[in-house]
Write a protein that binds this ligand. Structure first.
Ligand SMILES: [Zn+2]
Length: 109
């Protein structure tokens, strides 16, 4: 007796996460992770591989402003980041997002 396997439908499973700012569900790789590390540091996790409780934000400053200012962040990370912490994240976002939109065609180095 041969059992026929049903034709495999190739569906690529794309992990999705909700943005803390705009609450839109997006592909995980399109979002930036913020992690509350076991040491209690709130960090931007570009690699998405750090351990700890994390949350996700779109790479847009609007979402970061909304997400970081609201207490959703506290809920998501199960901690309440200090004002300094939030400012640090915001500063990081500003620099990171600036770097993402570097003008093409300009050669350096
Ligand atoms: Zn968003």
């Amino acid at each position: 007796m041969k059992s026929y396997s049903s034709p495999s439908i190739r569906t690529r499973h794309i992990p999705q996460r909700t943005c803390l700012g705009c609450r839109q569900v997006k592909a995980k790789r399109e979002l930036i992770r913020i992690v509350n590390t076991p040491e209690g540091n709130i960090e931007v996790d570009i690699t998405g591989r750090k351990s700890g409780r994390g949350t996700y934000l779109c790479p847009t400053l609007e979402c970061w402003e909304v997400g970081l200012k609201s207490n959703r962040l506290d809920h998501a990370l199960r901690t309440s980041p200090s004002k300094d912490n939030r400012q640090q994240l915001m500063k990081y976002a500003e620099e990171y997002l600036k770097g993402e939109t570097s003008a093409p065609g300009e050669k350096t180095g």
